[in-house]
Design a protein around this ligand. Sequence first.
Ligand code: 13P
Length: 242
Amino acid sequence: MKKIPIIAGNWKMYKTIAEAKDFFSIFLPLIKESSAKILIAPPFTALFSCAEAVKGSPVLIGAQNISAYKEGAYTGEVSARMAKEAGAAFVLLGHSERRLHFHETGALLQKKLHEALAAGLIPILCVGETAEEREAGRSLEIVKKQLDEALSSEELKDLIIAYEPVWAIGTGKTATPQMAQEMHQNIRAHLREKMVKNCPILYGGSVKSDTLAALLKEDDIDGVLVGGASLDPKHFAAMALL
Ligand code: 13P
């Protein structure tokens, strides 16, 4: 059976509302024949307008982050319920840029995961080791720790994992399909031990249209999480059509 891949785009802190509108005016007509599950996470400010723009198309819009709190005096925060109401179907959690620049910890991510599930958002939990950790042969240990810290015992049936080695993000250095497959297989085995079943596992880190096919051929790679290459509507559409 041919797999239906998940092709997810993380726009990071790129695109205003007007720029997002321009993107969809080119992107949506191009992906009409795509059978992939297409996900895009714009910045919060463009969430609502993007959700409106993709209505009637198979594209799902999501948030790049949510607050760990339900509501309250938390200046600058956006709750899971607010993101959901603005049109988010999913949320990225624990991206390495948030772990690095905003000091997100496993304990915090556990709270965010709880909030996401309570609001009906599908969490995409990002995990991955740094270059130093890989060189020290600690990749699997680090990834398992990140999974254990963020995943509590609640029922996690609508969860997606994204394996994004930090050294491959925005660097042009993609993990080889074999490296990614080996880690995905280990992640799947670890999730099974935690009774998490049927969990799609995405690979992220410098994925482009020319590296996509080889990654998707691997048994345990269910899709990709794309940064830079998701900003260009033609390039990202080509990936969704592969
Ligand atoms: P790049 O595809 O730009 O390396 O970014 C990957 C990423 O961080 C997706 O979340």
